[in-house]
Design a protein around this ligand. Structure first.
Ligand SMILES: *[C@@H]1O[C@H](CO)[C@@H](O)[C@H](O)[C@H]1NC(C)=O
Ligand SMILES: *[C@@H]1O[C@H](CO)[C@@H](O)[C@H](O)[C@H]1NC(C)=O
Ligand SMILES: *[C@@H]1O[C@H](CO)[C@@H](O)[C@H](O)[C@H]1NC(C)=O
Length: 417
């Protein structure tokens, strides 16, 4: 999503990195680097969820046939207080601190080392490995000259990425240029895709046979490497965009040549960065990927975060009228609150497709969280109900969605339950 060269828009900016790093040095040096580094910061933390977790929810089918988008055009007045609160990102100070720390990381300074290890500690309380292990492992790997060179490339990437983190809603108008064109291998067209299916991972997919319908879309977007084998009738078999959060790549990065291609090596990956340190995985893995590996633009991340927070706070205040903004923060893990991968994938599709069909988002008492795993728990980090409300507005009342630029044309959206 971040492109730099005008003359060749398909060449991703990030792809220009690490030019001094040849394929062979990669083989020799990066592998051990990986095991060691990742043992340190990556093994532990999961700020974004690794996968999409959903349970039961269903909309009344009575309104399902009412039609779509554009029909409702009257201007809505948003509550300013709510908009302002939604605009606050309580994770911002920590984000800045991490970027700064990496930027002037000095492996000879003990205090830095200590900071680093704390940055990489799991935030959900489940600590794998203890702190001393991390501190003692991490700086050792950084002492080698190759790693050092590699580190500075990572740092440069990180700074370029971090500098773009700002609220600029017009990013929605630029997604075709920033995402579609870089990932299209056949045609470089500035037209949106004619139709896209965004396939979530909800267990509700097992109740239906949407496979053929999904595959009929021009583009199929799947999330967090959910598998399709054995589920083809339910979820389809084709994949054109693999959308993941950086925790997924982080796990793949520990495998041989960052293998993160359950859908085949030629399927482009679009990824959002959960934590600044994950730009490291990106920097390394980018080199061994045949298909484009694209990082979502931080301006797009900021926009998604605001929208979801708005829906979450609004829902909270409506349901629990006695409580105020402060209580929302308490209830939603404050600075850790985050949109789900599925939400951002839907917004991406909204930006690059003429028609968007959404499958496998929702929950039902009788269904599993994921169609492909037995995962049970769901963290409060996400507010799925709020996201469902957003999808409903995308479908029936797009003008009710705050923060989107007026000039942006919301495509037809249909949510399949
Ligand atoms: C906006 O929302 C807040 C919080 O619910 C409420 O206190 C305030 O009265 C609302 N403002 C308007 C103008 O409706
Ligand atoms: C989408 O992916 C399928 C294979 O999974 C491929 O045959 C098709 O050409 C792709 N479509 C586009 C527009 O790239
Ligand atoms: C789903 O479960 C909740 C709580 O367990 C219950 O209140 C609700 O009635 C159930 N809904 C259906 C449709 O069974």
């Amino acid at each position: 999503m971040i492109t730099i060269s005008r003359s060749d828009p398909r060449r991703l900016f990030w792809g220009l990195l690490a030019s001094s790093f040849t394929a062979s040095t990669m083989k020799r040096s990066v592998r051990p680097l990986f095991s060691a580094l990742f043992f340190g910061f990556l093994a532990a933390t999961l700020i974004c969820r690794v996968a999409i977790r959903r349970r039961s929810f269903s909309f009344s089918s009575a309104i399902a046939e009412l039609g779509n988008s554009g029909l409702m055009t009257e201007e809505l007045v948003f509550n300013e207080t709510l908009l302002e609160f939604a605009a606050i990102d309580p994770g911002e100070p920590k984000f800045k601190q991490e970027v700064d720390l990496i930027s002037d990381y000095d492996n000879t300074r003990r205090s830095h080392r200590r900071y680093f290890s704390s940055m990489s500690r799991p935030i959900d309380g489940r600590r794998r490995g203890n702190r001393n292990d991390i501190t003692s492992n991490f700086p050792v790997t950084l002492r080698s000259p190759q790693v050092y060179r590699y580190w500075s490339e990572f740092r440069r990437n990180l700074q370029l990425w971090a500098r773009r983190k700002a609220y600029e809603p017009d990013i929605m108008l630029d997604l075709v240029r920033l995402v579609k064109i870089p990932i299209d291998s056949h045609s470089i067209s500035s037209k949106r895709y004619s139709s896209c299916a965004v396939v979530g991972n909800s267990g509700t997919l097992l109740n239906r046979q949407y496979g053929d319908l999904i595959d009929k879309h021009e583009i199929v977007i799947r999330m967090n490497n959910a598998k399709t084998q054995r589920f083809e009738k339910k979820v389809g078999s084709k994949t054109n965009i693999s959308f993941i959060n950086s925790n997924i790549l982080n796990q793949c990065a520990r495998k041989e040549s960052c293998n993160c291609h359950p859908y085949g090596e030629t399927v482009p990956i679009v990824m959002y960065i959960c934590q600044p340190i994950h730009v490291l995985d990106y920097t390394v893995c980018k080199r061994s990927h045949r298909a484009p590996l694209v990082i979502t633009d931080p301006r797009f991340d900021v926009l998604c975060a605001r929208i979801v927070k708005y829906y979450s706070v609004k829902r909270f205040l409506e349901e629990k009228t006695a409580k105020g903004f402060k209580d929302w923060s308490k209830d939603h893990e404050g600075s850790l609150f985050h949109y789900s991968s599925g939400m951002q994938a839907v917004m991406l599709a909204v930006g690059v497709c003429e028609k968007v069909s959404v499958f496998g988002f929702g929950k039902m008492n009788s269904s599993k969280h994921h169609y492909h795993t037995n995962q049970k728990a769901e963290l409060k980090l996400h507010d799925y109900e709020a996201e469902y409300k957003l999808y409903r507005d995308l479908e029936y009342n797009p003008r009710a969605i705050p923060f989107l630029p007026k000039a942006f044309k919301i495509p037809l959206v249909k949510v399949y339950h």
